[in-house]
Design a protein around this ligand. Structure first.
Ligand code: FMN
Length: 551
């Protein structure tokens, strides 16, 4: 069934893509009858309805609101959101203020969205100006490279001439040589799963297909993370360069950036770069007089965290409900519209570009084979030096937290590293580790995308677990039972504890966590037990009065 929908949606493809049509129609002043869209695509109307009812931003309850406060983990821990919500409600009305998940302003908090733009820090003090439509001068977050060679923050692709010169070189380089460089560099995917990038490009280049696609996964939803946002807004040409070279290597003539709708500035920045490159003939047909053509577009996410998972992301672009698909087949053989597809994270594509420009060896000598090169790390507002930093893999976490991050402004008991699905690490345990994917996993945590959210000493851990279950219950795609039901059951347990109705039956909670870990289809509901189990292990004492051992 879903194969048919993918094929039907693929007949129109990316140019007038079904998801874009569905979302633009739903958001327009006078939406047309969805039967018309269904007819155009020869798809059942239930499919269109299924898709449009999936996304937060397309729901009437969302569209009736005017402002949205960030409910990501970093803003929650900073405690800035309740007063912010109160002020916005006073201005706009009680029923006009909703919530959005992590807007990527973890370095200054107080984050909110109003009329298509994001605001944070002291911006609430200028709410009248914002409402009257004046553009606000906004401060940029701090960024710095601490690497011996910068692959991600340098200026080697900072303008269109540099882009053209480098592209000229690489689209005339042997494809196998480019794949070899990536394999030699030991670059692994930065989106979480850690698959070797050279291998992914190699598999896709060998896959059979009359059409192939390159997708840049710019759905960065992990709270605490704004490193992809940094690259999209400050290094857009580098990200695009990675996509174009990938297209050349795998034999694809079309790519798409799936950017979350919560990042309006990133969308603007990418749109501007794509238009410029098209004007200069560096995207489109017969680039630089060669027989290589590559077109690029943007798909704007509509408020669903699960769209970061690659199969859900593909389903979303195809205009299906963004539900996770079972793998294999993997996207490299059966991806977008069932055609061979490379899905890479923003940082992976930028790193691939950086490797080609600087040489694979410079990347591979940093860190070790499984954790090579440099990584962007984001610090939240509890750090003395909040911002995004390029750091060499293998760097001791003590150096990361205290020398680069500058230590903390107040007492911190734990860090959530790698987003809501990453581990919750007591400070003392974090200090024993190095910035290394495997070390984190072996110790029972996860480095993931390397965003760091600080949990202050006085922040109740039962609140934090409630937040994690609430997030998962809200964001689960609903396809598998353990995920859909388990996340709600977990949330209910902590709702009841908060309303002082019942204590947590520890045995039932453990059963639930094990069932979710073993039985869920993807790492949204399957990985959320990791931080919760970390909290139970390391902070059990803090919660002992909230738990009963036997049920
Ligand atoms: C629930 C969930 C959310 C994810 N979110 C993202 C995301 O926001 N960005 C991303 O690049 N990868 C995300 N991933 C990983 C992707 O499925 C995929 O592995 C990645 O995009 C592949 O690119 P890479 O090889 O460059 O890492 C997510 C995975 C899961 C299970």
């Amino acid at each position: 069934m879903s194969k048919n929908i993918s094929n039907l949606s693929g007949r129109i493809g990316l140019r007038d893509n079904l998801f874009k049509q569905i979302s633009e129609n739903k958001l327009s002043e006078s939406p047309k009858d969805i039967n018309e869209i269904a007819k155009e695509h020869n798809i059942g109307v239930s499919t269109i309805h299924g898709a449009e009812s999936f996304y937060e931003f397309l729901r009437p309850s969302h569209r009736e609101k005017k402002a949205f406060v960030c409910n990501g983990s970093a803003c929650m821990c900073a405690g800035t959101q309740e007063p912010l919500k109160k002020r916005l409600k006073e201005k706009l009305g009680d029923d006009k203020v909703g919530e959005m998940f992590c807007l990527g302003y973890c370095y200054e908090n107080h984050a909110f969205h109003y009329d298509g733009q994001n605001y944070a820090g002291n911006d609430i003090n200028k709410i009248d100006e914002i409402i009257s439509g004046n553009d606000l001068e906004q401060e940029k977050f701090y960024s710095e490279s601490f690497a011996s060679t910068s692959f991600l923050m340098d200026d080697k692709l900072s303008d269109i001439d540099k882009f053209e010169n480098q592209l000229k070189k690489f689209i005339n380089t042997d494809k196998q040589e480019i794949i070899k460089s990536l394999l030699d560099s030991n670059l692994t995917g930065r989106g979480g799963a850690g698959f070797p990038t050279g291998m992914k490009w190699d598999f896709c280049s060998k896959a059979k297909g009359d059409k192939k696609y390159v997708i840049c996964n710019a759905d960065e939803g992990d709270s605490g993370a704004y490193s992809d946002r940094y690259l999209l807004e400050d290094q857009a040409l580098k990200v695009i360069f990675g996509m174009v070279v990938c297209g050349y290597v795998i034999g694809s003539d079309e790519g798409v950036l799936y950017i979350r709708g919560e990042y309006p500035k990133s969308i603007e920045s990418l749109n501007a770069s794509i238009n410029l490159l098209k004007k200069q003939g560096l995207l489109g047909d017969n680039i630089l007089g060669t027989d290589f053509s590559f077109d690029l577009g943007i798909c704007i996410g509509q408020g669903a965290y699960i769209c970061g998972e690659e199969t859900a992301l593909i389903a979303s672009i195809e205009g299906r409900r963004a539900e996770v698909d079972v793998r294999p087949p993997f996207p490299v053989t059966e991806g977008l519209y069932k055609k061979p597809t490379v899905v890479n994270n923003v940082e992976t594509l930028a790193a691939a570009a950086g490797i080609l420009l600087n040489g694979a060896e410079k990347f591979s000598v940093i860190g070790n084979k499984k954790s090579a090169g440099t990584k962007l790390v984001c610090f939240d507002s509890f750090f003395n030096n909040p911002g995004v930093y390029e750091i060499e893999m293998g760097t001791p976490m003590k150096k990361v937290l205290y020398d680069i991050g500058g230590g903390f402004k107040e007492d911190i008991k734990a860090l959530q590293i790698g987003g809501p699905l990453g581990g919750v690490i007591p400070i003392a345990e974090a200090e024993k580790l190095n910035l290394d994917f495997q070390e984190f996993t072996t110790a029972g945590f996860m480095l993931g995308h390397a965003s760091i959210v600080s949990i202050p000493k006085d922040f109740p851990m039962v609140e934090y677990i409630h937040h994690l279950f609430e997030f998962t219950a809200e964001e689960s795609c609903g396809k598998c039972f353990p995920g859909r039901l388990g996340s709600y059951r977990g949330k209910e347990m902590f709702d009841q504890l908060k309303s002082k109705k019942t204590k947590i039956p520890l045995k039932v909670l453990n059963d639930l966590l094990i069932t979710m870990k073993k039985g869920c289809l993807c790492a949204l509901c399957g990985a959320i037990p990791t931080p919760i189990m970390n909290i139970l292990k390391y902070f059990g004492d803090e919660m002992k009065n909230d738990m009963v051992k036997e049920n």
